[in-house]
Structures are given as structure tokens and as C-alpha cells.
Design a protein around this ligand. Sequence first.
Ligand code: 6PG
Length: 502
Amino acid sequence: GEHHIGLIGLAVMGQNLVLNMADHGFTVSVYNRTTEKMEEFIERCQSGEPSADRVIGYAKLKDFVKSLAKPRKIIFLVKAGRPVDMVIAELLPLIDKGDILIDGGNSEWTDTIRRENELAEKGIHFVGSGVSGGELGARFGPSLMPGGSKEAWNAIKPIWRACAAKVDKKTGAELQGAEAGKPIKGGETCTAHIGPDGAGHYVKMVHNGIEYIDMQLICEAYSIMRHLLAMKPEEIGEVFEEWNKGELSSYLIEITADILKQKDPTNKRKAFVDIVLDRAGQKGTGKWTAMNALDIGVPANAIGEAVYARCLSALKDERVKASKVLKGPKIKPIQRGKAKYVEMIREALYCSKICAYAQGFQLMTEAQKEYNWKLNFGTIAKIWRGGCIIRARFLQKITDAYANDKKLQNLMMDPYFKKAIHSGQEDWRKIISLCAEHGIPSPAFGSALAYYDGYRSEVLPANLLQGMRDYFGAHTYERTDKKRGEMFHIDWPDPKRPQYKA
Ligand code: 6PG
């Protein structure tokens, strides 16, 4: 065979990725479990896709595999979990040593590590590649986060680099305007080899964890404007549009403006947000991020909070009942000086966002020790500047921060981010206290602030905590005036007796 790459799984993401690759001159073999879907897709290509002749459908997996140039490159976009193992099992008898299998779904990185190990033993390369950017990203330029062997990366590199989003070299702004048959040329590409085995999927997972908290923070900013300032969705949409011109400029802020200005398609008098049920779904990547943070002991509390906020939203029926029973303060909307409060909310959002990203990057910093990776944080921020859901002007600042200090411990310690928090914190605190006074839930804002205040505390009440642990369980404690790791214990029933080392 001589086709450049094969793709299995023709749901929307798969279809769009195929067209993206074909637009860039690659010949793509496609296969889908249900042949009908493949046929429909080929038909769709032929009735209007400029690169249709580079997309070739196969009804039999064997023929699909045969059509590919060696070493074969096969990417699949199927549901995370068992479906991935099933596709691999079906392919195994048909492929040869040196071939490259690529999982482009949101797989758990631990699964990816396992699969990479199993396949490496058979001489097959396995790449777990994060793909971010939703449907449009897949079509005209996603952010791609591949993990796996160097060899496999070198083989897929030309395709990955061609298809990924492109950003302006200097400003980091995404280059816009790709259309079917006319991809963007030039600019810096939003993909890079992340590291071995599960590193790519891990980084994609953290991207999603950050996506969760980014979204939750935006939702809280909206809610505060709505309830504390009694603003209408459309007005709030305009605020987000304004914000999108400044340091908060990002894809999520941009779509928020659009969504808030949208009317209900069935009743033009109503705002779209007011007819959407406030019960959030989730597919797992945010939860995995939070779980991993707990596992390896990184205080990514704001990311966790974003997951809990979705869980709480899902208790819709309970909340409806509780709203009639549990009392809080009456919200007295602020009428005067709204513009000033809007600006305070913007500052609160920006400061919280810095903390959230600090947590995501701190998590990756710890994880790389755990899993033996050498992640390049400047590069990760770089390839998130375009294509992905969290793409933002802000990411250029993170790239700069790591360029200034490769060993940066925490983003908040970078001079730019430090200054941003210093100048915004008064407003940030004020907004959170107003929320508390008026009974407006703002868990992510509050949790981000708790992280900031905790991180900058030389002394935390964990001294008392250690005392309690020593009291009830003889868990021992360290002394401030002795070496770290030297453990002491008091005989609590008789504390006057001299303390002894554990
Ligand atoms: C992306 C998105 C994408 C998807 C996630 C989030 O980077 O393109 O993160 O992967 O939207 O799966 O989904 P949930 O909100 O349903 O968990």
C-alpha cells in the first residue's frame, strides 16, 4: 500500500481529522466499524470536499491495513476504555513490527502506559496523542499532544506538524482563516513530542482539568454579574466581549460572549442560557486530573472544586427542594457604580485563573517525577496557544515565564504573574466577600484564593494538626528547631515527662 495514514472511527472528530489531513496533501484510508457510516462519509466528501480524492474508504479492516505504506500509521478516535483495546486487538494480527498505532481519544494515561508497554514487546509503536480543539479544531487545526517513542514521533511528525493549529511566531495569536482545501501555511505549529508512553495523554488530561476550572471561573463571573449586579445575559455577554480584548482574551471568553447573547431559538424573548437546564455533564478527564492530584499529593484544589461544582449542579432535584427549605441572605443587587464592580470581577477572574494554571503546571511538575518524564513546560504552554479549548493570549505569558526560568517552581512566583495578583488581589478578595455576604456561590474563586493564601503562608496550622495526630495516634511530629525528618513524640497521658524521639 502507499497511503500515508489510516483512520479508524468516523464520528465527527474522526471525520474532521481525516479532512484536515487530506487538505494537507496526505492520502488517508478510512475504516469504521459500521460500514454505512464510512460510506456516508465518503459520499459527503465527494459532494463538496476539495480534498475528497485523497480520502479512501474500506469496508474490510484487512484491506484498510493493506492500503497503508510501511511503517503503517493508524490513528483511531474511538471511545476511551474498552473500545481502544478492542481496536488494538483487531489490528494486531494484521500489522507488522515497526508499525505505529495512535490513540487520538481522551484515554486515561495509565491505560496508555500499559498499552505502550504491551505493544512495545511486540515491536509495535504506540502513540497516545491528545487531540484538543473540538470539531472545528480537528477540522482546521487542533492542538496535538503526542506521547510515545522518539522513533514513532519522527515518523508521524510531518503529518502532525502539518495538521496542527498555527500561531503567530511573535504574538502567539492563532492564525485564523483556514478553509476546506486551503490550510494555513507558516506560523508556529501547535504540536510537539510530549514524552514517552502516557505523557501525551497525561498532558491532555491536565489540559482538560484546566479547561474545567477555566469554564467554572467564567461561570462564576457570569453568576456574580447576574445576581450581585442584576445584569441581563446580553449585557453580560457584552462585558465578556470587552474582556476578550484584554489580558483575558481567549477562546472560552469569546464563546461565552456569543452564548450569553444568544436567544432561545424557539422563543426570541428569552435568553438561551435561561432555557438551558443547569445540570452539567462530564466524561471523566477533569475528575481524573483531580484524582491524580490527590494521588500524588498536589494541592490542585481549584481543579477539584470545578469537578465538584459540576457534581453539585447535577443534584438539580435536591437543590430545587433545598432552595425552599434552606435560607440564606437576601441578595440586594448593587445598582450604583456597576462598571467598577464589573472591573473588580474581571480582576477576580484573572487572579483565580493564574492560580488555576499554577495548579495545573504544578501537577505536571510532580507527575513527571512520578512517571519518569521530562516535560518541557514552555513547550506545553506553547502548543496550547492555538487549536485547543483553553487557547488564550495568557499562554504566551506562561511560555515566557518558563523561558525566563526553566526551573520555575510555581507560576505565581513568576514576576509577571506575581505582579498581576498583587495588583488584582484587593478586588479579588472584595468580590469573594461580597459573594459570601450575599450568598452567591463562588467555590472556584474562593478555592483559588485559599490556594494563594495558603501557598504564601510561611506557617500554616498544620503544626496543631500534627499535634493532634501525635496525641490520638502517636503519629509523631517534627520540631521547628531540629532537622527535617527527625521525629518526636510526647507521652500525652503524662506530657510533663521529657519528650522522646520516635
Ligand atoms: C478538547 C476537549 C474535549 C472534550 C472533553 C471534555 O480539548 O477538545 O477537552 O476533549 O470536550 O472531553 O468533555 P467533558 O466536559 O464532557 O468532560
